[in-house]
Write a new protein. Structure first.
Length: 608
């Protein structure tokens, strides 16, 4: 309807220009392209993409055995054990797929198939919900652009490809869902209490499914502050809605941290008191504008909520600030493990590969056009209330993405929804420059470069396949250390290996390992440093003594041939080259594959 641009465009010019038939045809085309990208993957069938997906197979099985209690500790990683830093919700979804596929063991053919299909099934299910919600709340243009971005953008397709079981596949979906919810909550006639509670739950839900839950409440609070500063009709209702969202999100996060036994701890990696403190501070910020509300009840609500938020933050400020510093170090790639992860590289660095390269090309071209469309959008009282909050969130994520590529996942979701809403608005307004710029931005966002249509390298698959014979030897030629599927039972011994082999050792050899790719946890970094220092030592007898003192009985090396990495006389290089090393007796050698050789050694007891 003219003059009421925040309502769905049912029966309006926007819907008239995109009939149900055209909408369906475009949607089918996007779906076909998205399925092509997700299912045409290199490597053997039911092979998982990265080692994190393999550990999720173990975590899902443990979660299945312990349900409904989440798994918070695993003795097979970071031997003699460490806290699990990943959220339980995704593990429960994978456990449900294991049951659905009839898996007898987590890494049986059926178990691997369940994990391999997790990416496409969960990714497409989430995108389907976004399409339905966008079409119902805003119209077909908004739904189509959001669907196109989420279906064919290379990074989202890569996260949902066959063989991907990591929790990151949810991040674009949650960002898009929250962007839609923020836009809907800011509409003139949105119900205050209902949308406040829904927004709060939606902002807290990612903590259950992904490690990036901290990204989702700040845009809600920023929208609350903008609603006050804009001084538009309905600003107090909007500010109240978003402050209620902050309060309900804080309650859910506090309940989650308490249920996991981490309410009194400062730990940014795992849901804990750190997140409660941060959300309490955000609640105070969201409620502050309501202190100037025209009604006494609103001012009283603001005063109580502000006092509660600042009180909770004051109780945990010391641990919060220290942990925040630690998190900022990781943002600057100050972790030895994170600095080697592709997703931690800047988007335009030489270390990015696979899906991030076409994504970078897309963003470099699409973002300036999207910015131009935003500049052409209506200003002043006629501007939609969701415009600046969503644009600000997208801009913040874009800046973070160029620092670390991992933030592109939620950026794609927000950019897709923002562009879709802009296009819905532009077509309804009929302003030609606005329509043309927004259509161009949408086109650039949903049509990836041709490079994205070529299957990525199967380097990760070949890396894993070359290691499997050595892992089979480690499994069959060693005694069961115990505690395989019981985290309460301490295994008798563990395995020395590089951190990037850790999840594969626990998956295929079913043996505990000292180092693993949990790059953000302090104990994981310490374990990786210990493993690296042992393999760099020249005194093999001392290395064997240190290993046995930590109950490590076996060692695994997987190095390039003919020139292994490391100093010439280092333990790593001598073991990989097949040299007879005192204190280390070779059990088996896998056939060279992918330019690497894998060897398994028994570590001698120095007392014998």
């Amino acid at each position: 309807m003219p003059g009421h641009h925040d309502s769905p465009a049912t029966g309006s010019k926007a819907e008239g220009e995109l009939s149900p038939a055209r909408f369906s045809l475009w949607l089918v085309a996007f779906l076909a392209l998205g399925l092509y990208q997700r299912l045409l993957v290199p490597g053997p069938p039911a092979t998982l993409t990265l080692s994190d997906s393999y550990y999720y197979g173990r975590l899902a099985w443990l979660s299945r055995l312990s349900f409904p209690h989440p798994v918070t500790f695993d003795t097979y990683v970071g031997f003699p054990g460490m806290e699990v830093q990943w959220p339980p919700g995704h593990a429960w979804l994978l456990a449900a797929l294991q049951v659905l596929f009839g898996a007898a063991e987590p890494f049986s053919p059926d178990g691997l198939a369940a994990l391999a299909w997790a990416g496409p099934l969960l990714n497409l299910a989430g995108i389907g919900l976004i399409i339905a919600a966008a079409a119902r709340q805003w119209g077909r243009w908004a739904a189509l652009v959001a669907a196109g971005a989420l279906l064919v953008q290379p990074l989202v397709a890569d996260l949902g490809q066959l063989g991907e079981a990591d929790h990151h596949l949810h991040e674009a979906f949650f960002a898009a869902a929250l962007a839609l919810a923020i836009a809907s909550a800011l509409r003139p006639k949105a119900r205050c209490l209902g949308w406040g509670l829904a927004l709060g739950a939606l902002a807290a839900l990612p903590y259950l499914f992904t490690s990036s839950g901290f990204l989702f409440l700040p845009p809600v609070v920023a929208a609350s502050l903008w609603a006050h500063l804009a001084r538009r009709p309905g600003r107090w209702r909007r500010a109240l809605t978003l402050s209620l969202a902050s309060a309900s999100c804080l309650a859910v996060v506090a309940l989650g941290a308490w249920s996991l036994g981490r309410l009194g701890r400062g730990d940014y990696v795992r849901l804990s008191g750190f997140h409660v403190a941060g959300h309490a501070l955000l609640l105070a910020a969201a409620c502050a504008p309501l202190l100037w509300a025209p009604t006494r009840r609103l001012r009283l609500y603001a005063a109580v909520s502000l006092s509660a938020g600042m009180g909770i933050f004051a109780l945990t400020a010391s641990s919060f600030m220290g942990e925040l510093t630690y998190a900022l170090v990781h943002l600057g790639r100050g972790s030895a493990i994170l600095s080697q992860a592709v997703e931690s590289n800047p988007l335009l660095s030489g270390g990015t590969s696979g899906a991030t390269i076409p994504l970078a090309v897309t963003l470099i071209v699409a973002l300036p056009v999207l910015a131009a469309a935003l500049l052409l959008a209506p200003r002043g009282p006629s501007a939609p209330p969701w415009l600046l909050p969503l644009a600000g969130w997208a801009a913040a994520l874009a800046a973070l993405t160029f620092a670390q590529a991992r933030f592109a996942r939620p950026l794609v979701g927000v950019a897709g929804v923002l562009t879709g809403l802009l296009l819905q608005r532009a077509v309804a307004s009929g302003r030609r420059p606005f329509v043309m710029a927004t259509r161009l931005a949408a086109l650039l966002l949903v049509l990836p470069p041709p490079i994205a249509l070529v299957p990525t390298s199967d380097e990760d698959s070949r890396f894993t396949q070359g290691l499997l014979p050595a892992l089979a030897c480690l499994k069959t030629q060693t005694a069961d250390p115990g505690g395989r599927w019981d985290p309460t039972q301490q295994p008798e011994w563990g395995v020395l290996a590089d951190w990037n082999l850790g999840h594969l050792v626990t998956a295929f050899a079913l043996r505990p390992v000292v180092a693993s790719p949990f790059g953000q946890a302090t104990e994981a970094e310490e374990a990786a440093a210990f493993s690296r220092s042992i393999l760099q030592m020249e005194d093999s007898a001392e290395a064997a003594r240190l290993c046995r003192a930590r109950s490590l009985r076996y060692a695994l090396v997987y190095e390039p041939v003919p020139k292994p990495s490391g100093p010439r006389r280092s333990l790593r290089r001598r073991l990989a080259s097949g040299e007879q090393v005192p204190g280390f007796r070779q059990l088996c050698q896998a056939p060279p594959a992918d330019g690497r050789v894998a060897r398994v050694f028994e570590i001698a007891d120095p007392s014998l």
